[in-house]
Design a protein around this ligand. Sequence first.
Ligand SMILES: [Zn+2]
Length: 281
Amino acid sequence: MPELPEVETIVRRLQPLVVGSTIEQVEVRKEKSFQGSLDAVVGATMLSVERRAKFIRLQLDNNYNLLVHLKMTGQLIYVSSTTRVGGGHPTADWVDELPSKHTRVIISLSKSAQLFFNDQRIFGWIKVMSDDEVRFIFDQLGPDVIDASVTPDYLYEKLQGRSIAIKQAIMDNSVMSGLGNIYACDALNRAKIHPARPAKSLSKPEVAELLSQSKQVLELGIKLGGATIEHFMHIDGFSGRYQDVTAVYGREGEACYNCGGTISKIKLGGRGTYLCEGCQE
Ligand SMILES: [Zn+2]
């Protein structure tokens, strides 16, 4: 599932290419994948591309937006005669000819460019929304983990009185947005905090360390470009992705970098959770 760094990477890559482009046509190949009026978007020009949590917002010049969520298997791939960029769930569609059998929406842009929305499992979507509707959704979200406004004091306050597991609390979008399962597991290991501890049991210094590690793992993920087409095409397999440098995620049975203990896997809140019993208290 694309996490915040992958989504941020897509946004940074699309921004210089699609801003200023006009939407000439939208071909909806799967009704469920595109919700809203085509009339509201065809003929409009893209003003900006931005990310909030894991939402991608393509803002148009007519007070409408295309709000995109990739969910489990979504991809956005921009193709012109000279460029091919994008990202999301890594599959052969990154490099194969498009459209493919997983292409759900094709947005034709000026200068003969196309933006493909591919999605194997069809949980992702593109929705046409007014500026007010987007604002309403964004207002429900806590600030991004990597925002300067998310301080140790802010997080400590949010955790008080909450007996849910700390891992679930830091993944709760109303507390702060953008920490998915991979990064939550890693941040907790690097901060040496057990994922099942009640949120309210953390001391202020523990919260400060956990937040610092949360920001660091996400920034590392962004620096590594999440999963990108360039990595797919120019480097063997998916090397260079954050998945190859995780602290604990996907490393069951291997040695903990903090203490040399053995990493184990448990279920917590229904999600596979990796931890080291040796150093995470
Ligand atoms: Zn350890």
